[in-house]
Every structure is written in structure tokens, then in C-alpha cells.
Design a protein around this ligand. Structure first.
Ligand SMILES: Nc1ncnc2c1ncn2[C@@H]1O[C@H](COP(=O)(O)OP(=O)(O)OP(=O)(O)O)[C@@H](O)[C@H]1O
Ligand SMILES: [Zn+2]
Length: 733
């Protein structure tokens, strides 16, 4: 994409605004302007932000063109970023204004980089402590040492600014002037890393060699759980830093990964830049600017870190690349893993996709030679992979209202006696998934959604996991009015914790579930305590499956291994396989004489997925999955796109969807199939009716073009209708 890098005063330029109108022509201001420069332009009576996107398009009378109002004092977006945003927009069918918004998601870029007022801790707790004051102090502590703008602090704590000022008067907090946007401490790649095991050293060398070419390439780093993938890819980061380029590491649960940050600090002598929803606005702006000016060498972030304006990006690591949290399904639908590959190919950077259980997509790409592949087949040091077994629930005497089988209970007891930890995994938040009336059988549902309400006993409320709506557990049945017959059906982690407390009264137990902690910091603290051995039995949802190191953990019990198997979703098998292998991988990581054991409670031990998890024959599992997908023309062998429509009125959305489907000529022209419209599996969310269509095409078919054409000629949508396109959908709810 060759666009001039500079536009002299008076030249006709195209400016991409963040508004619906998109790209408009303007005149370059006095002094000229650079490609990618962020600017403020007049739009009707308003002034809006935009970026210089290239030479003018010329569809507007030169005499009527208005000049750019002013330049924003921030580093311009690089041509590479412009190309990435353009190509990603085309791929995901996201309008460019939304793409620009993602790339400029740092606050106050418009303001000069002068000093700013910040609030921080300065003295002892105030003599008079109130709930509001405690809330302020908790927000400060939750964000570590970072300073806050006074307004932001009050807002995050949900209090008035008077409360913050009161704490300043009391001397607990102080307000000072701090310089803004300071560079990050330099990471030193030449500090000695941990000595690597031979297979790790080979893998690190391969990654260094790949980086040496300063060209695009992707490597699948597949290493069994506990094989030390992190140590290996940190060597790739070191090489990238030595070359004077920047490295980005994406993690699925970055807000929880203090262990990872400490490992980086141990390796490089300083902390990396951190980008996720838990950082302050100040930090956000600082990191954005420092990425653009190359004053940060390494960034660790959530998926949106992919849109930071790195000056010279040399490496992107996507850790746990199979993780479903890399897929965003809100406003802009995209897979951060796939877009990392796109960004790297534009930037001439290397990608490392790390996982013990890669996605089928990556496995197929590696098999086809599109990605290089490195395997770490053994755990680091003396640790061995856990022994795996099934507990056939059909043959166990299960008491009513109990979910831990006698066999599993005996293993837990043995661990407790040896001072080892057990982990019970159940991927269900709350107390019980269903609350029903024993008189009439009615289940309590959400008023806004087609979803059951889930009892959360710690909060003493029913919660809708779709929309977050809560209500008290009713005394009388909302349907038949009979009192005192409401009952909990099935287990969630809270109920399992109750069983643990009854059956192992002498054991210390901890429930790990994202909703039970008021902040990421509290959850992090709980995870750290577990690592230090402060608990005997851990009861957790999928957050325990992700990359944690609990040295004393030797037993993993999967309470309901059948839970993920019955889904109609084509990825049900793959997801179950990944999740259970990951959880099992938490056991026995320390080595020594305590080999780990993972037991799956199941009613169908002969199910192919359960058998594959137990056998450890990953290649066979993937081959079988791949064959099935290929036979059905499903991804990665065919292509899918989802269309989701919603409207408060059911007939309105259904009629419109049918009308759209009737006009699907452009899809037929490329040989694509259109399935639906049909009510979505969750047909109502937040009082909006949802209808889905699914498009399937061959791998080479120009699906995006066809969809654009189709939608461009769509009948006028009724007011308040929402339509989203999900290219390569991961979920189908
Ligand atoms: N070369 C090494 N020297 C010392 N310790 C190591 C080395 N390699 C790995 N370890 C240790 O082994 C453990 C597992 O390593 P790591 O967390 O990198 O594994 P992983 O492959 O990412 O595992 P998972 O996929 O389960 O998250 C960690 O405690 C790590 O510190
Ligand atoms: Zn709801």
C-alpha cells in the first residue's frame, strides 16, 4: 500500500474519522501533515478526532473542502498500522471507524504530555473510617502503586470526589504533580536466564533463528503441561529485545498472572508494560505512547494489546493459544490469535503460538507447513505427566446430593494425610445450576433472557449468567405460588464446597470462581496462597485450569467429565479435551516422588473423547477430529460465518431475517450455503429476540466480499435492529 508519507499545506487528504461517515476529504493544514497523524477535523458543527489516511479521494468540490482544525500531539499511526487495520477490517467486516477506535483506545491523547495531578497513599489510615473511605483505599490497593487522577479514583470507588478530598485532608492520601508518560525501565536480555534443559535449549535456538531473519513467520510451540514453554519463549523475547525490537506477549487471564510478571522480572531485571482492563487510565495512556515511541520493550497484555501502536514489533507470543477468551464476540468480532498472525505478517514479525493443547486450526496449519512446529514432549526436571484414570459413576455408590464418589474421596483423604493438595474441578459457577419448584416443577428463569437463573448462595441471590440480572431466591414459587418448595438441583462449585466442608471437616478448602472475589487482586492473592500451600482442597471453575503452578498439588478430580461432551457445538469434543487435559496438567508439577493423578468422574468412560483424554494420544485425537471436520467441510477445512440479528420484537427480527435470506444471491454466487434463519439457541437476551444464520463456504471462496455485497443490498433495517457478522465463529449460542 503506497501512500505518500507527507502532505504539504493545502493538499487534499483523506481523514478517517471515528464517526459513521468514515473517510472524508480535508485540506492539509499549515506546515503540512504526516500520514497516520491524529487530527481534529470539523464535521458539520462538531469537531471530531480522526487519522490522516492517505491522499484525498476527490469526490468533493475542492473549493468547499475544509482544512484540518488541528494536529493532536501524539505519535502518528505507522503505515504498517494503517495496513493492519485496513486488512483486519476487511477480514472481520468491521467498519474502519471502529477499527480506528480500537487502535486509539488510550484516554486524553488529545492533551499535552505535561505534568498531571495524581493521588497516592501518603500516610496512615484515617481515624474515622467509613465505607466510602474504605472503598477508595481498596481501589488504590487493588491497582498496586499506580497513581490516579482524582476524578478517576472517585469514579472507580463509586464515591463522590469529596470523599477523596477528605482522605487528602486526613493525610492518608496526598496529591502531587507527576510527570506524565515516562518511559518503562529497560529490560536486560543479557541477564542470565535459567539454565535450559536440552529440549528447551533446542526449542529456544529454533525460535532465535526464526527471529534472526527479521521476517514474518509463525511457530506452534507445543509442549506438554509443565514442560517449561514459558522459559523457552522468554528466550525468544530476549532475542527480540537484543535486536532492538519490541515484543508482545498475550495471555488469557493477564489480570491474574502476577506469577508471570515476576518471572519476567526475574529474567530481565524489570517489569514489562501491562495492558488489560484493570490498569488505570494514566497507565493506559502512558503505555500507548511509549509503545509508539519505543520506550517500552516488552508488553504483556490481553487481546486488545494487539492494537497498541508498536514502533517496531518483532515478536508476538500468544500463550495458551487455544483459549477461547482470545475470541472477542462483542461489538467487533475477532480472534486475537488469528489477528496476531495478520499483524505479524504486516509487521515482518515472528509469532509463537504456545499451548499444551493447541487448537485444531493451529495443529492443521502446522501440519500443512504454514507454521513451523516445535514439540516439548516431557515435563521439565524430574516431574512426570500425571497418571490419568476414569471413575465410572455407574459403578460407584453415590449418596443422594453428593458429587464426590467414594473412590475420589479416598484419594483426597490420602493426599490430605500426606500434606498434599487436591483440586476438584467443576465448571459451574454458583451453588446450583437450577432452582425449581417441587410442587409444580417450574424452573426459575430470567425475565429478560431465555436462561435459567443460577443460585449463588454466598450472595444469597439468583443470578442470570447471560445478562447479570439478580433477584432473591423466592420463598413462594413464581409460577404456582406454593411456598417453601423451592429447591436447588445439581451442583455448582459453592455446593461442592459445602460437601467438602461436611466430608473433610479438618481440611482447609478454597473455592476459586471468578464471581467470588471483589477484585482481581483478591483473586490473585488467593491463588498465591494456594501456591504457598495454605489450603488442602481447591474447588474451582475453569479459572484454575489456566497455567497455574501449584507445587503441592498432586490430585485433580474432575467432578463431571461429561459436562462438555453433549454440546451440539462442533468444537464440544475439542474444548472438553483441552480443558480436561489442562486441568489434569496442574497435578504433580513439582516432581520428586509424588507423581500426579487425575481422575475423571464420568458416566461414559468409553466415550471417544474421554478415552482420548485418558490415553495421552493427542495426535490420534486430533487426526480423528480433523477427519470429521474435513468430512463435514467444517473449519479449518471449510469456512463459516455467523449472522446474528436481534430486536425487541420477535416478528420484526424474524421477518427481516427471512427477507435477507431470500435475497442471498451474492452468497449463492460463490457457492456458499446459507442455513437459517432460526431462533438462536438462547433466543432472548436482555429482552431482545435473537435470530441466527450460518454461512458455510469452501476455504477459497471470497466469503467476506460476498457478505458485504449481500448486506449492502439488504432491505432497509427496521429501527433498533442489530446485525452482527461473526467471521470464523467460535460459539453459536
Ligand atoms: N529451565 C528451567 N529451569 C528451572 N525451572 C524451570 C525450567 N523450565 C521450567 N521450569 C519450571 O517448571 C515449571 C513449569 O514451567 P512453565 O510454567 O513454563 O510450563 P508450561 O509449559 O508453560 O506449563 P503449562 O502449559 O502447564 O502452563 C515452572 O515452575 C518453571 O519455573
Ligand atoms: Zn438475563
Amino acid at each position: 500500500m503506497d501512500r505518500p508519507l507527507f502532505y504539504p499545506h493545502g493538499a487534499r487528504i483523506a481523514v478517517l474519522t471515528q464517526e459513521v461517515v468514515g473517510i472524508l476529504d480535508y485540506l492539509a493544514p499549515e506546515g503540512g501533515v504526516r500520514l497516520g497523524q491524529l487530527v481534529v477535523v470539523p464535521l458539520g458543527p462538531r469537531r471530531v478526532m480522526g487519522a490522516v489516511w492517505g491522499p484525498g479521494i476527490g469526490d468533493f468540490d475542492m473549493a468547499k473542502l475544509r482544512p484540518v482544525a488541528r494536529l493532536i500531539d501524539a505519535p502518528p499511526l505507522q503505515p504498517e498500522m494503517i495496513e493492519f487495520l485496513t486488512r483486519m477490517g476487511e477480514y472481520t467486516l468491521t467498519p474502519l471507524p471502529s477499527m480506528l477506535r480500537m487502535a486509539t483506545r488510550a484516554p486524553d491523547l488529545d492533551q499535552p504530555p505535561s505534568a498531571r495531578r495524581v493521588i497516592h497513599r501518603a500516610g496512615p489510615e484515617p481515624e474515622r473510617m467509613t465505607d466510602a473511605r474504605a472503598a477508595v483505599l481498596r481501589v488504590i490497593d487493588d491497582h498496586g502503586g499506580a497513581g490516579f487522577a482524582p476524578g478517576e479514583l472517585a469514579q472507580l470507588a463509586g464515591v463522590s470526589s469529596g470523599v477523596v478530598q477528605g482522605l487528602v485532608k486526613a493525610g492518608t492520601l496526598a496529591e502531587t504533580l507527576a510527570p506524565r508518560d515516562t518511559p518503562y525501565a529497560r529490560l536486560d536480555p543479557d541477564l542470565p536466564g535459567k539454565p535450559l534443559a536440552p529440549d528447551q535449549a533446542d526449542a529456544a535456538q529454533q525460535l532465535r533463528d526464526a527471529l534472526g531473519g527479521r521476517r514474518y513467520g509463525t511457530t506452534l510451540l507445543r509442549g506438554v503441561t509443565g514442560s517449561g514453554k514459558t522459559e523457552v519463549y522468554l528466550e525468544a523475547v530476549a532475542e527480540c529485545l537484543r535486536q532492538g525490537r519490541q515484543a508482545l506477549v498475550l495471555l488469557p487471564e493477564i489480570a491474574l498472572s502476577s506469577e508471570f510478571l515476576s518471572r519476567v522480572e526475574a529474567r530481565f531485571g524489570a517489569r514489562p508494560g501491562e495492558w488489560h482492563s484493570g490498569i488505570t487510565r494514566t497507565e493506559r495512556r502512558r503505555l500507548w505512547t511509549m509503545a509508539a515511541t519505543h520506550h517500552v520493550g516488552m508488553v504483556v497484555g490481553a487481546r486488545s494489546a494487539l492494537f497498541l501502536p508498536f514502533a517496531d514489533l518483532g515478536l508476538i507470543v500468544v500463550d495458551e493459544e487455544h483459549d477461547s477468551s482470545y475470541k472477542q464476540e462483542d461489538v467487533v468480532f475477532y480472534s486475537a490469535r488469528d489477528m496476531a498472525v495478520l499483524r505479524a505478517s504486516v509487521a515482518g514479525a515472528q509469532v509463537v503460538l504456545a499451548s499444551a493443547t493447541p487448537s485444531l486450526e493451529s495443529w492443521v496449519n502446522a501440519g500443512a507447513g504454514k507454521y513451523a512446529r516445535i514439540d516439548l514432549r516431557a515435563r521439565y526436571g524430574t516431574a512426570e505427566l500425571p497418571e490419568m484414570g476414569a471413575i465410572d459413576l455407574r459403578k460407584q455408590e453415590m449418596e443422594k446430593g453428593r458429587w464426590i464418589s467414594p473412590r475420589l474421596a479416598a484419594e483426597i483423604r490420602a493426599r490430605k494425610e500426606r500434606g498434599e493438595q487436591s483440586l476438584l474441578f467443576l465448571n459451574r459457577r454458583g451453588y446450583a445450576p437450577i432452582t425449581a419448584c417441587r410442587a409444580c416443577g417450574q424452573q426459575v428463569g430470567c425475565d429478560q433472557c431465555d436462561a435459567r437463573m443460577v443460585e449463588h448462595r454466598f450472595q444469597n441471590r439468583l443470578v442470570c449468567h447471560q445478562c447479570g440480572e439478580t433477584k432473591p431466591v423466592p420463598v413462594a414459587c413464581p409460577s404456582c405460588g406454593v411456598e417453601g418448595r423451592m429447591t436447588a438441583i445439581g451442583p455448582g462449585v459453592e455446593r461442592l464446597a459445602e460437601e467438602v466442608a461436611e466430608r473433610f471437616p479438618e481440611a482447609r478448602s478454597t473455592v476459586l470462581s471468578s464471581d467470588l472475589f471483589h477484585s482481581a487482586r483478591a483473586l490473585k492473592a488467593a491463588i498465591a496462597e494456594i501456591s504457598e500451600g495454605e489450603t488442602d482442597i481447591i474447588i474451582g471453575t475453569q479459572i484454575v485450569a489456566k497455567g497455574h503452578n501449584f507445587p503441592r498439588l498432586t490430585l485433580v478430580g474432575v467432578i463431571d467429565a461429561d459436562l462438555g461432551l453433549q454440546g451440539a457445538d462442533m468444537r464440544a469434543a475439542e474444548r472438553s479435551f483441552q480443558l480436561m487435559r489442562q486441568v489434569a496438567g496442574r497435578a504433580g508439577r513439582e516432581g520428586g516422588d509424588a507423581r500426579g493423578l487425575a481422575l475423571l468422574q464420568t458416566h461414559q468412560p468409553e466415550h471417544p473423547v474421554i478415552r482420548a483424554i485418558l490415553s495421552g494420544e493427542d495426535e490420534e485425537f486430533w487426526d480423528a477430529e480433523a477427519m470429521q471436520r474435513q468430512g463435514a467441510g467444517m473449519p479449518p477445512y471449510g469456512r463459516l460465518a455467523g449472522i446474528i440479528l436481534s430486536h425487541p420484537d420477535q416478528p420484526v427480527v424474524e421477518d427481516y431475517a427471512r427477507e435477507l435470506a431470500r435475497r442471498a444471491e451474492p452468497l449463492r454466487a460463490i457457492g456458499a450455503e446459507l442455513w437459517g434463519p432460526a431462533p438462536a439457541p438462547i433466543a432472548r437476551v436482555r429482552a431482545r429476540y435473537r435470530v441466527r444464520m450460518l454461512i458455510r463456504a469452501s476455504r477459497q471462496a471470497p466469503v467476506q466480499q460476498a457478505i458485504s455485497q449481500w448486506l449492502a443490498h439488504a432491505p432497509k433495517a427496521p429501527a433498533n435492529l442489530r446485525l452482527s457478522v461473526d467471521i470464523d465463529p467460535q460459539s453459536f449460542f
